[in-house]
Design a protein around this ligand. Sequence first.
Ligand SMILES: Nc1ncnc2c1ncn2[C@@H]1O[C@H](COP(=O)(O)OS(=O)(=O)O)[C@@H](OP(=O)(O)O)[C@H]1O
Length: 390
Amino acid sequence: MGQRLSGGRSCLDVPGRLLPQPPPPPPPVRRKLALLFAMLCVWLYMFLYSCAGSCAAAPGLLLLGSGSRAAHAPPALATAPDGTPPRLPFRAQPATPLASGKEMAEGAASPEEQSPEVPDSPSPISSFFSGSGSKQLPQAIIIGVKKGGTRALLEFLRVHPDVRAVGAEPHFFDRSYDKGLAWYRDLMPRTLDGQITMEKTPSYFVTREAPARISAMSKDTKLIVVVRDPVTRAISDYTQTLSKRPDIPTFESLTFKNRTTGLIDTSWSAIQIGIYAKHLEHWLRHFPIRQMLFVSGERLISDPAGELGRVQDFLGLKRIITDKHFYFNKTKGFPCLKKAEGSSRPHCLGKTKGRTHPEIDREVVRRLREFYRPFNLKFYQMTGHDFGWD
Ligand SMILES: Nc1ncnc2c1ncn2[C@@H]1O[C@H](COP(=O)(O)OS(=O)(=O)O)[C@@H](OP(=O)(O)O)[C@H]1O
């Protein structure tokens, strides 16, 4: 305790004889340890500082547990006193699938699209940095359409420093609704104040229950729909199925209920998904049209920066993503990013995007165009946007 007299007795043992003694010089090992500790502190501080933005979205650094903004979660998310994971107050009904008479190997998505069954687990280091943001329910969702260009849009948007998005398709509002909003939120990357949380699941657009469910989460959710000429979309959809099941019937034979009468089989999902006006009607019962943005899948290829400008405005983001971010890759035949999110290298989408389509009988294509025309015109009217497919 305190200074010691030379005889090894405490200064308190000898009142009135307290002599000022210089502290003994620290032994070299202690000095080295102190230096090491100081260096560690400086390194830790610098690491934390640089992590504040980028680590929030790094998959390896996802955190469980609630952060500062967890209090903004809807009341249904309150954790039970016994620590039971929070759930919605009802069991979800299974989502209504599209008529599936001709569904074959559908939905077997590429690894990047696969739906996450288990949220990313926290690493010990990430738990340590639990101060760098918190997980939020998405404020904006890319709800469709399948094969519209949804992956390209999300990858491009992720370049924006104020956008954080989950990579895989969560499929929460169609397949996993009974897991509860807390499960859904746990899939999300951490965000800091001012950053937007996003996800994309293209099947939401054609899921009957999705509009009401998303509105129940938050009626302010912004919805983005990437649409593409329904005929090319159907062929792209078929091409994906064909790549997994090469033995399926031809596109031409699947298109018709009766080829002789020319009756189109609208129960085939490849055809049904493209009746955009019908699906949109369901969404408009729950969301005002101003809360929905329709992105042209065609323009996303011909002018990605232009479409991204519209999307950034819609999301209330500063226009940071511009034509400087893109280059046209001749080998891929598509625009690619000069630098992907979190990387300094050029990045094109994977092999499952931009497949070569099979040649389809011209008469069948003509018949399909005729079929879609009235629905397309209705869709242009509803959205106030002529997509030029006719
Ligand atoms: N930049 C870029 N690179 C590659 N591909 C691009 C790009 N922009 C749009 N597309 C088009 O995206 C189509 C796939 O759409 P999705 O990502 O919505 O498909 S999925 O529903 O998630 O499976 C994909 O369809 P296919 O060409 O039929 O494969 C592409 O045409």
